[in-house]
Ligand binder design. Sequence first.
Ligand code: DC
Length: 218
Amino acid sequence: MIIAIDGPAASGKSTTAKKVAHQLSFIYLDTGAMYRAVTLAVLNAGIDPNVEGDVRGVLQNLKISVEESDGESKTFLNGNDVSEEIRRTEVTDHVSAVSALPSVREEMVTIQRRIADGKDAVVEGRDIGTVVFPEADFKFYISASYEVRGERRGLDLKKLGIELSKEELIKDLKRRDGIDSGRMHSPLTRADDAILVDTTDMTFEEQVAFIVEKVRNS
Ligand code: DC
């Protein structure tokens, strides 16, 4: 069974998807982490993230894998654990550009299907219910107000020792939403048959319970 969870950055999607997977004993696949790993490889290679031909060259020599250990999802780039590095601001700043490239998407979607196809999986991203698994058994689209998303992003970054004003955080979220929703290939959009979960006024526990109940009661 595939549960697709899509939505914009800092909507509460990742933490919710991870917990839902844990409660249902499903595997959890964070597809954003995969796009971040490609971005890290592009930056490490000193290549302009906007030049698709150059990025394609990097893709050819890339091995991205994900593993779960101790309830945590780990992302590996050519065998190295890059789970922390891919959360760096530099990666976040460029990931929307890299993930807009068709060749990058094609490659990542192939890997995502290979990992989750035929399994019980919670797959989280931007285009899971629309492109990667359009036949998913359940589709959820998670959203929240910019105010709340700014607060959540601020808390996440604080844990990494980065402090930005709420205005800066919201400006950056709007910038990324613009690229993710406006791109030609697989833009961030709610699938017609996805259940909308507006988490603005929901606690983390409520978000998880809402999704788990929908799945269990169907
Ligand atoms: O969920 P996240 O913020 O870690 O995702 C990082 C970026 O990856 C996000 O800006 C858009 C991109 N992404 C995507 O294009 N498609 C997905 N399925 C997942 C993420």
